[in-house]
Design a protein around this ligand. Structure first.
Ligand SMILES: NC(=O)c1ccc[n+]([C@@H]2O[C@H](COP(=O)([O-])OP(=O)(O)OC[C@H]3O[C@@H](n4cnc5c(N)ncnc54)[C@H](OP(=O)(O)O)[C@@H]3O)[C@@H](O)[C@H]2O)c1
Length: 291
């Protein structure tokens, strides 16, 4: 096995939440990084910065020769005027697989979503499932991590709840009795590193879930803490209706699908395989003043 300082790792979606935290960890371990993004970003001293708005294969592949692995962190859970789940989650994954082949990179690590399966019907889940299938059938050595909510400073869920707090109330779709299994972004970065260096992570799909399950209702209560903020339950039909009508609603259609999907996973397997000690979400909420 190579030492960290001899490893060369490419990271797509370099500007994103998980990518920033993963690049931080890898850089600290002495890994030589190749960050790939659509737009400018602040890179580490020894990190090669690759800016390519349309992921130009010819241009990027030349720069990635001799990389040991690629961590594919491009993805979206929100529709915009310019992008669909298919165009970002599936089509760009196909392109990244071609990039790996062209650059002779043998290992790919991908973050999919908890609850993704061949029976998925929603556009987000379907795009993630099809992206998984492309990776599995690519011939590359792969680790697919199906993530629950990844939490840390400025994660999408924390930003959403903070924005609602600013407006004076937090909305809970339905009763809020569905579960999440939050995992700390620093732990996610460690798992990604392990996926690159350990053969135990070769050609597997793993659930990327934290040590504790919590209902959304309880999570919101803990997040709110002692603040005098109103918590309002709205019925699910109303929540879906608002999500369909208003692109700026607190919860998009896919947020709601994920929530009511009530997806939880096997943390013990992840713990055993990685040998890591994972943070509990309560410790994260308290220690890093996320809320
Ligand atoms: N955060 C979670 O709780 C969670 C849970 C389950 C799965 N995941 C998956 O984990 C991966 C990373 O998530 P994240 O939370 O770090 O997301 P994020 O902060 O939104 O970052 C995703 C990155 O993907 C790239 N991207 C988005 N739309 C794009 C487009 N139209 N064209 C090209 N690149 C585009 C962007 O990279 P640049 O700005 O650098 O170009 C963006 O920063 C995603 O695949 C996501 O689906 C995350």
């Amino acid at each position: 096995m190579k030492k960290s300082k001899d490893l060369r790792i490419a990271v797509t979606g370099a500007n994103g939440f998980v990518a920033q935290n993963t690049r931080y960890l890898l850089n600290n371990k002495g890994v030589k990084l190749y960050g790939i993004s659509r737009k400018n970003f602040s890179n580490y001293k020894s990190e090669s910065k690759i800016i390519s708005p349309d992921i130009s294969l010819k241009e990027i592949s030349r720069k990635l020769k001799n990389c040991d692995a690629l961590i594919h962190l491009i993805g979206t859970g929100k529709l915009t005027a310019n992008s669909t789940y298919k165009s970002v989650n599936l089509d760009l994954t196909k392109k990244i697989i071609l990039l790996c082949k062209k650059s002779k990179i043998k290992k790919i690590v991908y973050i999919s979503g908890l609850g993704v399966s061949k029976n998925s019907i929603s556009p987000y889940f379907t795009s993630k499932y099809k992206a998984e299938q492309e990776i599995i059938n690519s011939g590359l050595d792969y680790t697919i991590l199906r993530a629950s909510y990844i939490i840390g400073k400025n994660d999408p869920l924390v930003i959403n709840l903070k924005n609602q707090i600013k407006k004076g109330k937090i909305i809970i779709p339905g009763e809020g009795n569905y579960h999440l299994q939050p995992i700390y972004v620093n732990d996610v970065a460690e798992v990604i590193y392990n996926s690159v260096i350990s053969k135990k992570f070769s050609n597997i799909i793993l659930e990327l879930v934290g040590p504790e399950k919590v209902t959304f209702k309880e999570f919101v209560k803990l997040f709110k803490g002692k603040r005098k903020i109103k918590i309002e339950n709205i019925d699910l039909e109303h929540a879906f209706h608002t999500a369909l009508k208003d692109p700026n609603s607190n919860y998009g259609i896919e947020d709601l699908n994920i929530m009511i999907g009530d997806f939880t996973g096997n943390h013990e397997k992840l713990k055993q395989l990685s040998g890591l000690k994972f943070k509990k979400f309560r410790e994260i909420l308290q220690a890093s003043s996320l809320s």
